[in-house]
Structures are given as structure tokens and as C-alpha cells.
Design a protein around this ligand. Structure first.
Ligand code: SER
Length: 646
């Protein structure tokens, strides 16, 4: 009997160990480890944030050659702003790390499923009796067949530990029927950045997936029995018993006007939530109980005098604060400084929400810095830049916290004014309560408390109504923002991308070798480029930069690329090496003579040489006219240029 020899949860890992184990495991299977890309996508106008591990990989999944080969592994920082309202339960976070391994036209289902089985059951020592898998049911309308191959592969692995794993169709209708492998439709077992096949823009890659679930035990579902009164429990239901711990996407299709076509290569895109896997290893479904949150929890206990997990409302506040300040720390680190627009808006919202939720724990004074320090202490080993940028991050978050506390004080004044005429027993209109909530960031509980002190009542129904109306409006806005950009892999982005290289090389010529890139962002309308420079650029420098870029465009340089070793790239004067300790081979784009060394010298036949994944235009002459529309500070020592091609 296999049951006797299984060791359940015998070994505990820290999150750090777990991340390293995963990277090392796939390294041992011939993968190259690459560092996480920024949370703010570079040269990708399609989304505001990196929200999945595959995002930086899209060009390679579509067929471009990855400079490091066909087997890549990483742990990618991800931010999903759309999950903000779900934070507070035991498993949602806006920030997380996604473990990812990729086959870029290399191995496929057989190897991926075998390695995942080995990783989960041998490396992490997870009990196979608590593992469940889902596969794509197939859809004849889409012309995509059922993924019975994956289902059979999982069955075979279960057999090796003595488990007869039944394959069940329609678990959402019929329940689990003692099965371990389940077929679902494309709403569950299909992955693309845009979701289900119907939502995918033309050109978008996607494919069926097989997802892995961990069972925390039937007992967890029991208190939710009512949930199952009408509908049976199954791995994709929300009762809390099962947690998805990873997703193997078989990225092999591309949407075309004539339906789905095979991509030039069959890829594997695995994504597994690091924190969720840690929760499975920890044997507790509450991901906020994994070790990486321990110091943060400790700081909050010290400040509030309240223990985590004793009462629902406070636990909710704890989770929001830990999640939001962790996310804000990483966002600021990657350049999304608190502001009223774009990515910075989210950073602002996260900090403000944390301050509001801290009120619920009775924390009324500045506290964010202490939590941020705990975040940096936890992640500093793996993300060294958090340590080097620590003072900057702390200062940014502190300033935002202070600012918000002043707004809160103003809100209090408004509250006094607008309720001055009310008598004891009167009702505060829902719209007013919502205004205090929305414009001044008052938690509704605080408004309630203030009201009660004056013998007043808040119209909670009216408040909820105003809240729901507002939420519906902002959701429409968010969807438009996402949908608006997604289809774009356009010519204009490629042109801006090449212009970015020209500007980078130009600034190094004009300002000096310190003026290296700190970040870049491209939309349909403009390019943005952040770089190191201590001073405001003078009007003469700006004019000179424009003139040089325009001269390089007029010269109509050839743009070409080659793969080379890290050392060779360095020797040939390539920029943009970004201290990449893992890379052995890199892809290098040259504007101008590919054979000459790139020099910051006006007579150099090579205008720019930069390590980059592409894509770029073939000739600079196609770029049009380059104009700088803004030059401004981002932070101490970092400047930002916004420019357009006309
Ligand atoms: N792209 C898939 C996901 O985000 C797997 O990496 O779930």
C-alpha cells in the first residue's frame, strides 16, 4: 500500500527556499534562469503593468528567437490592479510572484507534466492524495480538440504512487464523483492575455491549459455547506477547499480572421503563484500565514496591539495593509511613483487604502515606513535593488502617507460643516457619506463612528447605492483602458522603440556616459524615456538631442541584430547590459555598421548598439520627425523625456 510510505508535509520551506528550489529544478532540466522583468512593461503599450509571467515573453512565444535559447525559467513580479477588491480574503493579492518555465518550441506536454509531477511530489514533497488537475474539454466550434493527452499523462503519474485517478467530465454540473482529473470548458482551461477565445484580438497567442489544484481538506468546505446545497463542490468552485497552484498553458494557437491557427512553434508557458504554492506547502489556505508575511504581521501587531486572525474585520484590514504596502514598495522601486495618473495612481491608491485600513486596527499615526522596511528585509536578498533604493522608496511612501493624512483632516472639517445643522436622531444622506468616503478617503466605519458620537445615523443603503453606481462607472473605464491597448503590436510602437535606442545613444553622447536608461514606456501617441542625470537639461541640450536623433533618422541607418556572448557585446560597446548576472548569450541591436565598435563619437559609423529583445524597424529613415515635448524630473538624479514622432 502506498499510503504507508507517504510522508505528508514533513518538510517546511521558506518562500525563499521555494523560489530557489523551483529555479534550480528547472535549471537541472536545461533551463536558463532569467531575472524578473519590471512591473512596468518596457516598450509594451498594451498594458499598464506586468500582470503575468508570460507578458515579457510574448515576442518569443510568437516565434522571435530568444537570445538565451528555448528553455527559460524565472520568478516574475506581477501586479494585477483588477484584483484590488478581492484582497482581504485568504488568497487574493494585487502583487505576487509567478514562477514560470517556458518551452519556446522545445519540449511539450509529456515533459512538462512529468516535471511538474516530479517537482510537486518529490521536490516539494506534496502529498499526491491532495493533488487534482483540470484539462480542456475541447470545443468543436473553435476547432480545438479535447486535451485527453494531458489527462492521460496525469493519470499515468498517479498510477506510479498507487492512485487510480478517474477522469471526470462536467464536474461543475455533476460534482467530483471521486475523480482527480476534470475536464472544463474554455472559461476555465484556456489561457490568453485577453481571456477566453472570444475576447482575443487577432494575432493574440493562446492555448488550452492544464491547471493544478491543492486540496486543503474537505473540512474547510463544511462551513460553506449552503454553497453546495444547489451546486456540487468541485475544484473550481469558490468554497475555499481547493486552491489553484499552477497553470501549464500549451501555447500553440494564434487567433486569425479564419479562426485559430497553429503558431510556428508549440510552446509551454507555466505560471505558478509562488505564495500559493507556499500556502500548500504550509498546509494552511491563508497565504498571509506563510513566512514571508511574518515580519509584516509582527510590525502590525506591535503597532495595533491586535493579533492577526482573531476577528474577521481586523484580519481583513491586516491583509489589505500587508498586500498593498508590499505592492506599493515594488511599484515605487520600479518607477511608479504616487501620482494622479497612469501607474502612479495605483501606487497612490494602495498607500491611501492602507492608511484607511490601519484606522480599523487603531493605528492612527504614520506607520507605512515600518511595514515597508519589513518588506525590504524579506525580499532584499533576491531583489537587491530594493536595498539600494530603500531610502528613496521610504521617502516616497512617507510623503504620500503624510499628504493623505492632511486630506483626512480636511475631510473631518467638511464632515463637521456639512452635518452642523443636523439634530440628534437625524440621518446623514448616503450621497454625503459616499462623498466623504470617495473624496476624503474616510472609511464608512469611521463615518459611522463620527455620526454616532453626534447622535446621528448614516443612510447605509444610500451609501451602498452610491458606491455601487460609482464602481460600475469605474469598471467600465478600466475595461476600456485594457481593451483599448491590447491589440496593439503596431508599426508605430516599433518605430518608437527604435527612436528610444536613438535617444539613449544620443543622451550618452551629449550628457556623458552616466546618462543611462532607467526605464521606458511607449504608447500609440508618444515615447517616454527615463535616464540618470542630476540636472535639468538646458534648452540647448534638448535642441541638440532632437537634432542628433533627426540626423540619425535622415542618415537612414540600417538596423540589424545579432546574438553574441555577454563579453562580446560588452567589447563591442553595447549598452543596456543591466547587470544581468544570468545571461550567457544576448541579443544585440545595432543602428549603423554592425561590424564597427559602437562609440559615443560623432564620427562612429555605428550610431547605437544595445542589448534588447526587439522588435525594431529595419531602417531609421522610416521614423519621421522626432520632437521632445517634455523634460522633467522623476526623482533625485533621474530625468524623464517625453517625445513624439511626427
Ligand atoms: N500565462 C499563464 C498565467 O498567467 C501561465 O503562466 O496563468
Amino acid at each position: 500500500m502506498f499510503l504507508g510510505i507517504l510522508v505528508t508535509q514533513a518538510i517546511m520551506f521558506t518562500v525563499k527556499d521555494l523560489r530557489q528550489k523551483y529555479l534550480d529544478f528547472f535549471k537541472s532540466k536545461g533551463h536558463i534562469i532569467v531575472p524578473s522583468a519590471s512591473l512596468l512593461p518596457e516598450n509594451d503599450p498594451t498594458t499598464l503593468f506586468t500582470g503575468s509571467g508570460m507578458q515579457p515573453m510574448v515576442p518569443y512565444l510568437l516565434g522571435a528567437q530568444h537570445p538565451l535559447g528555448t528553455r527559460i525559467v524565472d520568478s516574475q513580479k506581477c501586479f494585477r490592479s483588477q484584483d484590488i477588491d478581492d484582497v482581504g480574503d485568504n488568497r487574493h493579492t494585487v502583487f505576487f510572484e509567478m514562477l514560470g518555465n517556458w518551452s519556446l518550441g522545445d519540449y511539450f506536454k509529456k515533459e512538462q507534466i512529468a516535471w511538474m509531477w516530479e517537482f510537486l511530489t518529490n521536490e516539494l514533497n506534496l502529498d499526491p492524495r491532495r493533488l487534482y488537475f483540470t484539462c480542456f474539454r475541447g470545443n468543436t466550434d473553435l476547432g480545438i480538440p479535447r486535451d485527453s493527452e494531458s489527462a492521460e499523462l496525469w493519470t499515468k503519474h498517479f498510477k506510479t504512487v498507487g492512485i487510480e485517478a478517474a477522469i471526470i467530465d462536467f464536474p461543475e454540473r455533476d460534482g467530483m464523483k471521486d475523480g482527480r482529473i476534470f475536464y472544463y470548458d474554455e472559461t476555465k482551461n484556456w489561457w490568453s492575455r485577453a481571456g477566453v477565445p472570444g475576447n482575443m484580438p487577432l494575432g493574440e497567442p493562446g492555448g488550452p491549459d492544464t491547471e493544478m489544484f491543492w486540496d486543503f481538506g474537505e473540512e474547510l468546505g463544511l462551513h460553506e455547506k449552503s454553497v453546495h446545497a444547489k451546486k456540487p463542490c468541485h475544484v473550481n468552485c469558490d468554497c475555499g477547499r481547493f486552491l489553484e497552484i499552477g497553470n501549464n498553458v500549451f501555447m500553440q494557437y494564434k487567433k486569425t480572421p479564419h479562426g485559430f491557427e497553429q503558431l510556428p512553434q508549440k510552446n509551454v508557458d507555466f505560471g505558478g503563484g509562488l505564495e500559493r504554492l507556499a500556502a500548500a506547502v504550509n498546509g494552511n489556505p491563508d497565504i498571509f500565514l506563510i513566512d514571508l508575511f511574518a515580519t509584516m504581521r509582527h510590525v502590525l501587531v506591535g503597532l495595533s496591539g491586535k493579533k492577526y486572525g482573531t476577528n474577521e474585520k481586523e484580519t481583513y484590514a491586516y491583509r489589505v495593509i500587508m498586500d498593498h504596502l508590499r505592492a506599493a514598495t515594488f511599484l515605487v522601486n520600479d518607477g511608479a511613483l504616487p501620482s494622479n495618473k497612469d501607474q502612479g495612481y495605483f501606487t497612490r491608491r494602495l498607500i491611501r487604502r492602507s492608511v484607511r485600513f490601519a484606522h480599523k486596527l487603531g493605528i492612527l499615526n504614520n506607520f507605512c515606513g515600518q511595514v515597508v522596511e519589513a518588506v525590504i528585509a524579506e525580499y532584499g536578498d533576491h531583489y537587491a535593488e530594493l536595498v539600494t533604493q530603500k531610502d528613496f522608496i521610504l521617502a516616497q511612501i512617507h510623503t504620500e502617507e503624510e499628504k493623505f493624512r492632511k486630506t483626512l483632516a480636511q475631510g473631518l472639517k467638511i464632515f463637521e460643516e456639512r452635518t452642523a445643522k443636523l439634530q440628534s436622531g437625524d440621518i446623514i444622506a448616503g450621497v454625503l457619506a459616499f462623498d466623504l468616503y470617495q473624496s476624503y478617503g474616510f472609511p464608512i466605519e469611521v463615518i459611522d463612528e463620527l455620526a454616532r458620537e453626534r447622535g446621528l445615523y448614516v443612510d447605509r443603503v444610500g451609501f451602498e447605492k452610491a458606491y455601487a453606481e460609482h464602481k460600475a462607472k469605474s469598471r467600465v473605464g478600466a475595461e476600456q483602458k485594457f481593451a483599448g491597448g491590447l491589440a496593439d503590436h503596431s508599426e508605430i510602437s516599433t518605430q518608437y522603440h527604435t527612436a528610444t535606442h536613438l535617444l539613449h545613444a544620443t543622451l550618452l553622447r551629449i550628457l556623458g556616459p552616466h546618462a543611462t536608461q532607467r526605464g521606458s514606456n511607449i504608447t500609440q501617441e508618444r515615447m517616454r524615456f527615463d535616464f540618470n542625470h542630476p540636472l535639468k537639461m538646458t534648452p540647448e541640450e534638448i535642441k541638440q538631442a532632437e537634432d542628433l536623433v533627426n540626423a540619425a533618422i535622415a542618415h537612414d541607418y540600417l538596423v540589424s541584430w545579432a546574438e553574441m556572448s555577454f563579453e562580446e557585446a560588452q567589447a563591442k560597446g553595447a549598452i543596456g547590459l543591466f547587470e544581468d548576472k544570468y545571461q550567457s548569450k544576448v541579443k544585440v541591436y545595432t543602428v549603423g555598421d554592425i561590424n564597427a565598435k559602437a562609440l559615443a563619437d560623432p564620427s562612429s559609423p555605428t550610431y547605437s548598439r544595445e542589448v534588447c529583445g526587439g522588435p525594431h524597424v529595419e531602417h531609421t529613415g522610416t521614423l519621421g520627425h522626432f520632437r521632445i515635448i517634455k523634460e522633467e524630473a522623476v526623482s533625485a538624479g533621474v530625468r524623464r523625456i517625453k517625445a513624439v514622432l511626427e
